[in-house]
Design a protein around this ligand. Structure first.
Ligand code: 5MM
Length: 342
């Protein structure tokens, strides 16, 4: 019989499907809701996530949804626990298990991710609630002196410890080293930093005996900083990202699911598509695990008003469909005009 880890990764790496990151912590979802003038309450968060999860056709494009702890024990309107609802749709439930960022002392305002204490016990409880994969995010800011080698090494070590604990509890870890998009840095600088970060992460995963066959890598794309005066083109981003991934990510990793990191929804889709058309012979599945690039439009359309639910769901399904097409290199810009019926 297939092991839990094997069955989970097989489903998450399904060609043409991606992962929805709906795991915004209380602070982050609060900011997103405030931006559309909705008060963040347990009920508004539940209603919004209910909208996402009950979107018609979601299971055609999404293999797994990363949830936040609160959502794991919330219910859909018809009284089903969210993980149970997802299971019925053939979608896996995942859980963000890191406990956020704290300062990494003796660095220039760099940060490290906390949450290893008691993680094994929490994973056992999350499994019982229906989670089969987890997510942990490390963050690296690019500036003149950052990320420092201390931050790169410390975050890599912690990501590897998290991944080892997950696998030993039958949970597939999503390993998410996020190089932040903010800054005026060039594509070349982004490539240089990402190469160092990914090399350190895989060195640490090896040291901690993490089985690469049972992880999802969730990296940033190699892009020029948001304030860069000479922004890189879609083709340049695709080429640079594949170059760095080929140098650093072993072929044993089954799937790489990018974060969108503040790119526009259209950019995130175009970049993913370009990578999947650039070369047919990639060693890994190349897909998405977006939060903002999937949710930006449905969140704005919904606006906290239940009358807008089906329109918001149609916008969400369209984004998911376009990214699904991009994950097999079959997206083109003209598809942005398509109107989907909910
Ligand atoms: C980088 O953020 C992750 C991917 O989202 P984007 O596609 O929007 O970049 C996302 O999963 C993130 O880790 C969660 O939203 C949780 O964020 P916080 O800041 O609440 O830990």
């Amino acid at each position: 019989m297939m092991s839990h880890l094997a069955a989970t990764i097989q489903q998450l790496a399904t060609k043409g499907k991606g992962i929805l990151a709906a795991d915004e912590s209380a602070g982050t979802i609060g900011k997103r809701l405030a931006a559309v003038s909705v008060e963040s309450t347990e009920e508004s968060r539940r209603a919004y996530r209910n909208l996402l999860i009950t979107t018609p056709h979601l299971n055609e494009y999404i293999a797994g949804v990363i949830l936040y702890e609160e959502t794991l024990s919330q219910q859909t309107l018809d009284g089903m626990l969210f993980p149970e609802k997802l299971k019925n749709l053939g979608i896996l439930a995942g859980i963000k298990v890191d406990k956020g960022l704290i300062p990494l002392e003796n660095t220039n305002q760099e940060q490290v991710t906390q949450g290893l204490d008691g993680l094994a016990e929490r994973l056992i409880a999350y499994r019982k609630l229906g989670a089969s994969f987890a997510k942990w995010r490390a963050v690296y800011a690019i500036s003149e002196g950052t990320p420092s080698s201390l931050s790169i090494k410390t975050n890599a070590e912690i990501l590897a410890r998290y991944a080892a604990i997950c696998q030993n509890n039958d949970i597939v870890p999503i390993v998410e080293p996020e190089v932040l998009i903010d800054g005026d840095y060039t594509l070349e600088r982004s490539a240089e930093v990402s190469e160092k970060v990914l090399q350190a992460v895989f060195k640490a995963l090896f040291k901690h005996k993490v089985k690469l066959e049972y992880i999802v890598l969730k990296p940033s794309m190699i892009i020029s900083g948001k304030q860069c005066k000479t922004p890189a083109s879609v083709a340049e981003v695709a080429k640079a990202t594949l170059t760095i991934l080929r140098r650093t990510v072993p072929a044993a990793v089954p799937t790489i699911n990018f974060l969108s990191g503040g790119q526009t929804p259209e950019q995130a889709t175009a970049h993913l598509n370009a990578m999947n058309t650039l070369s047919p012979a990639l060693p890994w599945n190349l897909s998405y695990s977006y939060a903002r690039a999937l949710q930006e439009y449905p969140m704005k359309i919904w606006h906290g008003d239940s009358n807008n639910i089906s329109q918001a769901q149609a916008a969400f399904a369209l984004r998911a469909k376009l990214n699904s097409l991009a994950s097999v290199g079959k997206y083109n810009e003209s598809m942005e005009k398509e109107k989907m019926q909910a």
